[in-house]
Design a binder for this molecule. Structure first.
Ligand code: NBG
Length: 929
């Protein structure tokens, strides 16, 4: 369905919502779904037994007559207030007319008003001097002018959506890898040219200001970047969606290479302030850690209470998320921890100055730094505190907003849907359960029903080392009440399992949330699955692996719960911002319309249209020039940051992603060794026929991941040898680009001719950079893994270089390795290993143990097994690159067939199949000029 159709439908469907007819709030889709939902055998029976009896209004009615303790009175007043109509008109209601006149119109569009607005911020917001204006303050003030527009839109969007009584999606993610925001915001507002012109008139290049922005790098890799793309698409598609995460003071570390090795430096991204956020001091929530649980009696019934321990505050920083060509602007709410009191006056007065600020420091620690692990568990106490901190604040926020609607709890899920981006926000499930049971006195059954209808869980990995588990002992200490509730959820669930599978302890132990080890471990994924409405993987192959392998027992129990939403990326950032020359060209030949940026499928007709109008040749000439611009940008970047000269006419072969054994940068590195050794053996004549190539690597390793760090070191040592060998470097170079992040990705990705995505089949859940590479005109060299498979389906198998063992073959090889089979080292591979054993590239002793392991049954990721096929496909790549015209043509056709991989399609899938929400287009108010 196109965006227009969706919007039209939404307008029709949302009329009259909130006019005493709650049912109107449900879309037709949802009503159907309510009837068919939950076919799961066990859960279904329960579902139909009785309707929820307890809601807030009822509790209020059933208020006991006898005298209650002060405490209980307070609690009941609290509940009563939930339903009581407020009588006092708000500030807004009193001043509505005046406010609309007095709040300045904040949408500068023409040259002079843009300039005025920027300069006013320089002088008044920043307090900088007009006598000494630097690019850094111009960046901040320019961004501030745009933030003001977006803030107004964000508030209006929220107000409109609330008034409509629409269901909202709350997207919870411990990482949001936003990347720079200035250009993206201008593009969404369609003001990029206006600002360019206004600044140019002042002698400033807008692009130079883009470079002033520090990446808000609040994530590790694909998972965090996916969350950012989804935020962009939620606004673009007019869905009422809120992001919730953590405002880390330090995001991912800055990577520098010293003596060939990765060194980590702290990256204080807030050094110059963040122009995009606004702290919301009206909202604060108390978060508790440690303490104890006790019984309390309310209305003759026993309840549990969590008391004591330490309390800190969560305060939100909101970042407006604009959509492309729409007024709608959602909010990303990031929590920062604060101490309850600035510091302890008592201690201060007694002269204990350092202890008086201790509390302040320990509260601040919670959100100070992002854990730098990608696809592996961070089993630290502080990490668990981060997870709970952000879950509790988010759930309290959602509840506060829901309470304003004055509706019964049983309808909570009709207005709220919570998506868990992996298991890091799992505690939100238990936090909602705890608040419903312990603070609003719902019984377990009712509370759990609400929870289960509200939550959905996305799994992002099948790697065992990344599946979160927490020791029950840590939980007992930090979150004692949550541990009790987890045991309760597990008990109730396992009782049902015992009925379905009598005398089957194996089933019980596989399905249990608790792993009976010493100490006991809590399996967060099991908790998510048991407590969620839907569970999805992120690419077809991955979702099938989840169903058939990873969570097979759960799948057999509730097959309908499991679904797939293949990942996608936003074309605004990854085509337009990253590769403006290509974007402008596509717009030019799409009748000068850039609507394709909001509906990527539009490009599908472009190749035919160009052929029919005989403009194909002219277009392809311009395409070549655009690609050359992108390659030159990378060439200059490499000169600046690596001090290496490269020739833009070489084939650019790029592999950039987190460094991981499963992603197999080592395989690519071995091929570079092979290529070097081969060139060394060649005659001049043979060399002259070579396809000239630069192989680029980039990516960070987790600081404690020794093998990954050794791989970085190996790449740098080999690159050093190759680049300094004059017999080889006219034909082949190898570069490691340090500090790979969103802003560098925007320079690197569009420059590629070929890009590598060569994980062992069955290990990369999806991968998203593969999509960005194809969208900007390069061909994938990859395995049958993750999203590569679906990209091949969309663009055609002939337009992608696939190689390597398939997922079933990998399983078979692993079995054979277990049984002692060892004849898999080819002569080519042996030669490469020998060169490394003999330290031909420099001291590579550090990798010898790994090489020994690979040859002795340790080839778990099939690096050696795939090596020969990899050489063959690389030869094919070199050969096909000779016909540059054909190559460019394939790239162009591929670009035009990537509509499926727009994140707009993804959020539409989530909205229709999982969240059951409809878009709502917020009308542009008359007072915005
Ligand atoms: C990563 C996968 C990628 C996938 C992203 C986004 C985690 C745990 N998983 O393959 O490794 O593209 O998630 O779904 O970071």
């Amino acid at each position: 369905m196109s965006k227009e159709e969706l919007n039209k439908e939404s307008k029709e469907e949302n009329i009259n919502v909130n006019e005493n007819n709650e049912d109107n709030i449900l879309s037709k889709n949802e009503k159907d779904d309510e009837n068919n939902e939950e076919n799961d055998e066990i859960e279904d029976k329960e579902e139909k037994e009785e309707n929820i009896k307890t809601d807030l209004i009822k509790i209020d009615k059933e208020k006991p007559k006898e005298k209650k303790s002060k405490n209980i009175n307070n609690q009941l007043t609290k509940i009563k207030n939930h339903t009581k109509k407020e009588s006092k008109p708000s500030f807004y209601e009193i001043n509505k007319e005046k406010l609309n006149l007095l709040i300045p119109k904040l949408f500068p569009k023409d040259k002079t008003s843009i300039q005025k607005s920027i300069l006013s911020h320089i002088e008044h917001t920043l307090g900088s001097s007009k006598y000494d204006i630097k690019n850094s303050s111009l960046f901040f003030s320019t961004s501030s002018t745009i933030k003001n527009i977006l803030l107004s839109r964000m508030k209006t969007t929220e107000e409109f959506i609330t008034k409509k009584g629409a269901k909202k999606i709350h997207y919870m993610s411990i990482e949001f890898l936003l990347g720079r925001l200035l250009q993206n915001s201008l593009v969404c507002l369609e003001l990029e040219n206006n600002y360019k012109e206004a600044l140019f008139d002042l002698g400033v290049k807008l692009e130079e200001l883009y470079d002033e922005e520090k990446d808000p790098a609040l994530g590790n890799g694909g998972l965090g970047r996916l969350a950012a793309c989804y935020m962009d698409s939620l606004s673009t598609m007019n869905y009422p969606g809120y992001g919730y995460g953590i405002r880390y003071d330090y995001g991912i570390f800055r990577q520098v290479i010293q003596n060939f090795e990765q060194k980590e430096l702290p990256d204080y991204w807030l050094k110059n302030g963040n122009p995009w956020e606004s702290i919301n001091l009206d909202t604060k929530y108390t978060i508790r850690f440690y303490g104890y649980c006790r019984d309390s009696i309310v209305n003759g019934k026993k309840y549990r209470k969590w008391c004591g321990g330490d309390e800190i505050l969560a305060i939100p920083y909101d970042i407006p998320i604009p959509g492309f060509k729409t007024y709608n602007c959602n909010a990303l709410r990031l929590w920062k921890s604060f101490p309850i009191e600035e510091f302890n006056f008592d201690m201060f007065n007694k002269g204990d100055f350092s202890s008086s600020i201790n509390d302040k420091n320990s509260a601040n620690y919670i959100t100070s730094v992002l854990y730098p692990n990608d696809n592996s568990l961070n089993g630290r106490e502080l990490r668990l505190k981060q997870e709970y901190f952000f879950c509790s604040a988010t759930i309290q926020d959602i509840i506060k907003k829901y309470k304003k609607l004055k509706l019964p709890w049983k309808d909570f899920h009709k207005y709220n849907c919570i998506q868990l981006n992996d298991t890091h926000p799992t505690l939100a499930i238990i936090e909602l359960l705890r608040i419903l049971m312990d603070e609003y006195y719902l019984d377990y059954k009712d509370a759990f029903k609400i929870v289960k209808k509200s939550f959905n869980y996305t799994n992002h990995t099948v790697l065992p080392e990344a599946l979160e588990k927490w020791g029950a002992d840590i939980f007992k200490k930090i979150l004692p009440r949550h541990l009790e509730l987890i045991y309760l959820v597990n008990f109730v669930f396992l009782e049902k399992i015992k009925i379905k599978y009598p005398n089957n302890n194996e089933k019980l132990s596989k399905l249990s949330i608790i792993e009976e080890s010493n100490p006991k471990q809590i399996r967060m994924a099991n908790l998510c699955i048991i407590s969620s409405n839907k569970v999805n993987g992120v690419a077809k192959i991955h979702s099938n692996l989840i169903r058939k392998k990873l969570f097979n027992d759960f799948y057999e129990l509730s097959p309908k719960k499991f679904t797939n939403v293949t990942n996608g990326v936003t074309p605004r950032r990854w085509i337009h911002c990253a590769f403006p020359e290509l974007s402008n060209l596509l717009t030019e030949y799409n009748d000068n319309k850039n609507d394709w940026l909001g509906e990527l499928d539009i490009l599908m007709d472009l190749p035919d249209k160009l052929t029919k109008s005989s403009k194909k040749k002219e277009f392809m000439e311009k395409y070549k020039k655009a690609k050359l611009c992108a390659k030159l940008r990378l060439k200059n970047y490499v000169k600046k940051y690596c001090d290496i000269d490269i020739d833009e006419h070489f084939m650019f072969d790029i592999m950039v992603k987190r460094i991981h054994e499963y992603k197999r940068q080592f395989l690519n590195c071995l091929y570079c060794v092979y290529k070097y050794l081969s060139i060394k053996k060649m005659t001049m004549e043979e060399k002259m026929k070579l396809n000239k190539r630069v192989t680029f690597f980039g990516g960070k390793s987790a600081p404690g991941y020794i093998l990954a760090k050794n791989i970085i070191k190996l790449i740098n040592i080999i690159a050093n040898k190759i680049n300094n060998d004059e017999e080889v470097n006219p034909y082949f170079k190898m570069i490691f680009i340090p500090d790979y992040k969103v802003s560098t990705a925007e320079i690197i990705i569009p420059a590629a001719d070929i890009s590598q995505h060569i994980s062992t089949a069955g290990t990369e859940a999806s991968g998203t950079s593969c999509m960005k590479f194809v969208m900007t005109g390069s061909i994938i060299l990859g395995t049958s893994d993750g999203a590569n498979i679906e990209i091949a389906e969309e663009i055609g198998e002939n337009n992608i270089f696939l190689f390597g063992k398939k997922v079933d073959e990998v399983a078979q090889i692993r079995e054979e390795l277990k049984n002692g089979k060892r004849n898999y080292i080819s002569d080519n591979l042996k030669e490469c290993f020998d060169a490394l054993y003999l330290n031909k590239f420099g001291d590579t002793n550090f990798i010898h143990d790994y090489l020994n392991g690979l040859q002795n049954g340790g080839d778990y990721y099939c690096t050696c097994h795939d090596f020969e096929e990899y050489i063959k496909i690389q030869e094919k790549v070199d050969k096909e690159y000779q016909d540059k015209e054909k190559w460019d043509n394939i790239c162009f056709e591929n670009i035009c067939h990537m509509g499926f991989f727009s994140s707009d399609r993804c959020v539409q899938n989530y909205a229709n199949d999982i969240w059951k929400i409809k878009p709502i287009e917020v009308p542009k108010p008359d007072d915005e000029n």
